[in-house]
Design a protein around this ligand. Structure first.
Ligand SMILES: C[S@@+](CC[C@H](N)C(=O)[O-])C[C@H]1O[C@@H](n2cnc3c(N)ncnc32)[C@H](O)[C@@H]1O
Length: 267
């Protein structure tokens, strides 16, 4: 009996435990490029998420009517390619620490300005210039705490007063998908709390203008848990159309934040 209780407590603690965040995320994509993009096309639910995410980015980036955009941690230009369709007249600058990722971005969006730099160099690179919109996808939930803190400061400073940040948490710790991955084995499924991602911006006076939460059926990148893939796909589409602005329980929540300031231009 005592053993059962002890065992129960241990399991409970394990599925609640946040991941070890001591790794150095800055090195994670060095040498990567086309293989990163292939992962989206090859895995059915990752591909579906990517398509739904693109629709949200087009909608929310379009609302900002931005004339200058910085895509921070731009990787292969996956997000930039969508942003330029929503804001074709905007100047687009992409920054990433991995040259191999940037070389894919250069081919993908030739009109962009692509800068090979670490986040610590962002201040000096964009000194005196502030952007209408900064996008940062698949970065904050992955980054270790020191890198996350440095990036919040750099990104927040790169936005003009009244300008916008568009970012996401694609690894919501309390989403059905991450719970489903942890529960059977108590395995540490990495994830991030929504407040770890968006909280530091709110503390700096940013306000939430809009948000969309995608990924409500428990799933990995390849398979849905407990549902045929076709049903999971239908439910995801329904959520994206009708419910996604009303909750934050999805695996992937996207926020449009606005920096306090004089100008409040938003379409
Ligand atoms: C998961 S990828 C996301 C790429 C792109 N935003 C997307 O959504 O497809 C994360 C990117 O962050 C970049 N990165 C990691 N640490 C960085 C740092 N210290 N400074 C700039 N970029 C960094 C990586 O090189 C990688 O390209």
């Amino acid at each position: 009996m005592v053993d059962d209780v002890t065992h129960g407590k241990r399991r409970s603690a394990r599925w609640r435990r946040l991941p070890d965040e001591t790794h150095d995320y800055s090195r994670s994509h060095l040498g990567r490029g086309e293989d990163y993009d292939e992962g989206f096309a090859a895995l059915p639910l990752r591909s579906l998420m990517s398509t739904m995410e693109e629709a949200v980015i087009r909608e929310l980036a379009g609302r900002t009517a931005a004339r200058s955009v910085l895509d921070f941690a731009c990787g292969t230009g996956r997000i930039a390619e969508v942003v330029v369709t929503a804001l074709p007249a905007a100047r687009l600058v992409g920054v990433d620490i991995a040259e191999s990722m940037l070389s894919v971005a250069r081919e993908r969006v030739p009109s962009g300005e692509w800068i090979h730099a670490d986040v610590s160099e962002l201040h000096s690179l964009v000194a005196g210039e502030s952007f209408d919109l900064v996008t940062a996808f698949r970065f904050f939930p992955n980054a270790d705490p020191a890198l996350r803190a440095a990036a919040v400061t750099a990104v927040a400073d790169a936005v003009r007063p009244g300008g916008f940040v568009l970012l996401n948490n694609h690894r919501n710790f309390w989403s059905g998908s991450y719970l489903a991955r942890r529960l059977p084995s108590g395995a540490p499924a990495p994830g991030a709390l929504n407040r770890q991602v968006v909280g530091p911006f709110l503390e700096r006076g940013f306000a939430v203008v809009a948000r969309r939460s995608l990924g409500v059926t428990p799933q990995s990148d390849e398979r849905a848990y407990g549902l045929p893939l076709s049903w999971a796909t239908r439910m995801e589409r329904l959520n994206a159309r009708v419910l996604s602005s009303r909750h934050t329980i999805g695996t992937n929540t996207i926020w449009l934040l606005q920096k306090h300031g004089l100008s409040t231009r938003v379409a």
